[in-house]
Design a protein around this ligand. Sequence first.
Ligand code: NDP
Length: 251
Amino acid sequence: MSVTDKVTVVTGGGRGIGAAVALRLARAGHRVGIGYARDRQAAEETAAAVRAEGVACVAVRADTSDESAVDELFATVRERLGPVTGLVNNAGITGLLGRFTETPVERIRRVVDVNVTGALLCARRAALEMSTRHGGTGGAVVNISSAAATLGAPGEYVHYAASKAAVDAMTVGLAKELAEEGVRVNCVQPGMIATGIHAAMGDPERPWKKASAVPMGRPGEPEEIAGAVAWLLSAEASYTTGAVLRVAGGL
Ligand code: NDP
């Protein structure tokens, strides 16, 4: 498959890590389907930046926790860009920082719904599109987990860490299930990355405040996650599946 045959869906691709991934993939020749939930303007701006790299791109509103929206996202991308060959399962939320016992149950449910159910629905739909068992030509999935999945995030967002541990488990299981069907499944665990997610947690300065806990002494940039994702989607990673790769400055 030449790079121009690659059509990759990036959920949450309008901003933050997802936007950096969309741009990085565009530079590697992928056509990109951007999924977004609320921020249409950011998604359209990122889509315009992707097109400026000379590849086709479409931005589609799709709450990944909604099965019919996920189906529509993949159907639109297939119709506008061609058969899907890749998925970056990036959409994710946290909620305000706090102790687990003080986290509202509704917040816990929503985090699980988006981070776990949403990632599972997207992976399932991508597998149905790409698996040779279902008439596809193969492909690759990269799930965006978190270093918190391993570290636990006590006092900050234990429910989020648990949701991302589920993403790690899904990566390993699905990689084995699809290994003989032409689909590789891997996972990146970002550490502290400078994006808008920290403002949504109630502390926009958090990546810099926490830098001293990072062995490399600084937060990461979204582009540093995008590089790892692009590699995992590339032919260079043709024998890599079921890997959980931490990109976290030594955390
Ligand atoms: P941002 O808050 O900057 O971006 C989150 C993205 O997810 C947005 O594009 C948003 O879409 C999308 N999104 C949120 N909810 C939904 C939903 N229900 N359906 C579809 N899309 C949705 O966060 P980051 O870029 O930092 O995070 C990206 C991923 O990386 C997440 O999975 C996060 O958990 C993970 N991560 C981030 C770390 C960090 O330090 N930044 C560390 C470890 C992991 P919209 O713009 O439309 O709202």
